[in-house]
Design a protein around this ligand. Sequence first.
Ligand code: FA5
Length: 352
Amino acid sequence: MALDQFLTALDSMLGEARACLETVDSAEALEQLRVKYTGAKSGALKSVQKMLAGIEGKDKPAAGKRFNEVRDGIEEALAQAAQRLGVSGVQESIGPSFDPTLPGLRPNLGTIHPITQSLEHLKEIMGRLGFNVTEGPEIEDPWHNFVALNIPEDHPARDPLDNFYLATAKASAPILAGRTTQSAQPARLLRSQTSTVQIRVMETQPLPLRIISLGRVYRPDAPDATHFPMFHQMEGLWVDRNVTMAQLKSVLRLFATSYLGGDVNIRFRPSFFPFTEPSVEVDYWWNGQWIEFGGAGMVDPNVFQAVGIDPEVWSGFAFGLGVERLCMRRFGITDIRDLYRSDVRFLRQFAT
Ligand code: FA5
């Protein structure tokens, strides 16, 4: 076959293809054109390519070059038409878009968030001390968040401004009137402490008990370096016949040295919680100041009575620790807000 004839056939095919592809107005018609020109079995390009075999040897380089140009021109016109019609996948169907000679793309691997790492680590340490992990809901009722925990009706901790009550139609009226007792159900709030789980466990599980519960809690606290409106707590509860304050202190000291290191300096300060008597707050020393990381104490007899446990027979201790504060000390993080900015450059530093 003469070169001229071949080139003319190629050019007229390109012209025709471009004209059709410029005006094509549906995805189906575009697909038909794609098959017509670039179809692997009987597409026009394929037929013309077969003619190459009949070209004289000396003309083959010129014929091949022009063939490639025409093929690229048709593919480009197909891609433009696909883009105009918002159709995807046409380019891929034309030929392989994967270029094995390009350098590979490094997959963007995630890392485990430091708080998740801490939660796992805390469970492991407390597990070794014989505490079983249990869970409770984040949406609570006032009975579990307050009443059973001996937090009276007029206690400031129940103020609507200090809690995230849920604005259900039925619940909002009694809350605004300050009546959030069991009788005013169904008030609901995001739990402000994991101590709710103490109640749920004592209501349902047989004694003796030794549990921890880790999870999110919510308070409308203004964010600063050590406060966030959503944070995690680890609640612990040990109920048996002769549990003592000395055991509570030993468990917390053992826990702190296991998690924060043998050189950590912690102290217990007398404090008050409605649900424990006596109560303490626990601090660690860091960067020239004491940082409070939890509260604890002996379970108040009123709490035992609320869940039907005889305080003359049983005794127990409970504690609630701030997971973020522990995590910060362990990883050397000085601002709690950094944990929740979702900045992967920051979070990646703590990859394990
Ligand atoms: C309580 O929440 C009690 N339920 C703890 C408790 C449990 C006492 C059982 C006795 C028996 P408190 O409000 O102090 O206590 O909070 C406990 C810890 O949570 C604090 O020591 C602190 O580490 C952490 N925490 C409190 N508020 C915030 C906040 N806004 N952001 C981050 N961590 C916080």
